[in-house]
Design a protein around this ligand. Structure first.
Ligand SMILES: [Zn+2]
Length: 456
């Protein structure tokens, strides 16, 4: 009997080791699947067209004394000069002077020189001056969608390294089901892949720091050029660099399918709720748990109000948000400091990749927070019902939830992380169940034999 138990235990141990090996192998292969060759085929010589957005009477976005057509020209010019340093590349600009040029004319220019890619250079602004971050707009047509996605991911990684917040590689369709953005649509109609780089928001403080002067706009041009060089795997004898390997480390995509993840989400986040954890009426410290989810795209921003939505904090990046991988943290802890004298009604909004938001439940407080008495200030016991719009609020936050992986892509570019994790859990459960079945069977057998022996 003892020998038999040892044999069974050895067998179970072997099963466990085998299962672990299989799982480790599966996980390793998942990681290596994340790098892929460039989908777009090119000839030995690559033709690149750079389009400085706007021009002439079309000023583009304006912020203070800077206008977009001037910003895009500096960036495009720098990008042009940088790309000229590479071998086997022809670089053109749709225009170098300040003039009106229709989107169709720009696309026709690119088609005329048989461009491999048309890069349209832009800067962004939002209606309420609240948005910040960088994004790439790509085509919704095959195979340009895959080309744009691979370039966009490579480029946004470089922008993230510079410190910019990522708003994703996306496309927008019009009612006819073709590309919403004219330059992309017109170019696609002439069989030229095109995309728009919205470098940052010129009207928001966190982005404005990158474009304090001309050097900032030029720096973006250098980043753009480097991304193009890596995407096409260019070499430069002048610079002594060879990026041919880089064109094999792109995000997986397929020419035959659209990357689902780039398709615009037309529904707001599915879940958004807040819960009070702790509250100190003397210090004003409030600790909330925030839970939210969007089943189509990652959450990217949140903001909150302490006066039932009359005034809102600035947008903050959603914890763990990664527009490239589709990840975000589904639960986090938010610490707020409520000003004295205020009886808050707290609401929070979760925003997805399409800038659509869902508001949480409202947390109403039964009493006002104690008013902190400043020097030469009399304490007043009168509670305030609402807060002035500009009320400064301190806040910190901590991720406490799990990272959610979005079902971001189609078969061709599936993010297999979810699948593998589920598989791992199922296998573990299976091994445990198997262990107990074998154990029970052995115990029953042992008992039978024991009974038989003792009956004799
Ligand atoms: Zn623009």
């Amino acid at each position: 009997m003892k020998m038999r138990s040892i044999r069974i235990l050895s067998f179970l141990f072997a099963v466990c080791v085998f299962a672990t090996c299989v799982l480790a192998g599966a996980l390793t292969s998942t990681l290596s699947v994340r790098a892929a060759d460039r989908v777009q085929p090119v000839e030995d010589e690559v033709v690149i067209v750079i389009d400085p957005g706007h021009g002439g009477s079309n000023l583009g976005t304006q912020s203070g004394h800077t206008i977009e057509k001037d910003m895009t020209m500096i960036t495009a010019m720098t990008m042009y000069q940088e790309l000229k340093k590479y071998d086997n590349v022809q670089v053109y600009m749709t225009h170098t002077d300040d003039r009106d040029m229709s989107l169709k004319e720009r696309a026709e220019f690119a088609a005329g020189v048989e461009a491999d890619f048309l890069f349209s250079i832009h800067y962004n602004a939002s209606e309420n001056h609240t948005m910040y971050g960088t994004e790439v707009w790509i085509s919704c047509e095959k195979p340009y969608n895959a080309y744009g996605y691979q370039f966009g991911c490579l480029h946004l990684q470089a922008m993230q390294e510079k410190g910019l917040f990522l708003r994703g590689v996306k496309n927008r369709m019009n009612n006819e089901g073709t590309d919403y953005y004219g330059i992309i649509r017109e170019a696609a109609a002439l069989s030229v892949p095109a995309l728009i780089i919205e470098h940052c928001y010129v009207d928001e403080e966190r982005d404005a720091e990158y474009i304090q002067n001309e050097e900032g706009f030029a720096e973006f041009g250098r980043i753009d050029a480097l991304s193009v060089a890596k995407y096409f795997g260019l070499k430069s004898s002048a610079l002594g660099v060879d990026y041919s390997e880089e064109a094999t480390k792109l995000q997986p995509a397929s020419a035959d399918s659209l990357v689902k993840y780039t398709l615009m989400d037309d529904t707001s986040p599915d879940v958004c709720e807040i819960e009070l954890q702790e509250c100190d009426y003397d210090t004003g410290e409030v600790r909330l748990t925030v839970r939210a989810a969007d089943y189509d795209t990652p959450l990217i921003y949140y903001n909150y109000s302490i006066d039932s939505g009359q005034s809102w904090s600035r947008l903050e990046s959603w914890p763990g948000s990664n527009a490239l991988t589709g990840e975000y943290t589904d639960t986090f802890q938010l610490d707020l400091t409520i000003p004295g004298g205020v009886r808050p009604n707290i609401v929070l909004r979760a925003y997805n990749l399409a800038d659509l938001y869902t508001s949480s439940n409202t947390l109403a407080f039964e009493q006002a927070f104690a008013r902190q008495t400043g020097p030469g200030e009399e304490e007043s016991g009168e509670p305030q019902e609402s807060v002035p719009a500009a009320a400064p609020l301190d806040h910190t936050r901590k991720s406490i939830g799990t990272t959610t992986f979005m079902p971001v892509a189609d078969e061709a570019v599936e993010d297999t992380t979810v699948g593998i994790l589920t598989f791992l859990k199922l296998c573990l459960a299976f091994v445990i169940v198997l262990f107990f079945i074998v154990l029970t069977t052995q115990l029953v057998n042992y008992r039978r034999r024991w009974n038989r022996r003792h009956r004799r």
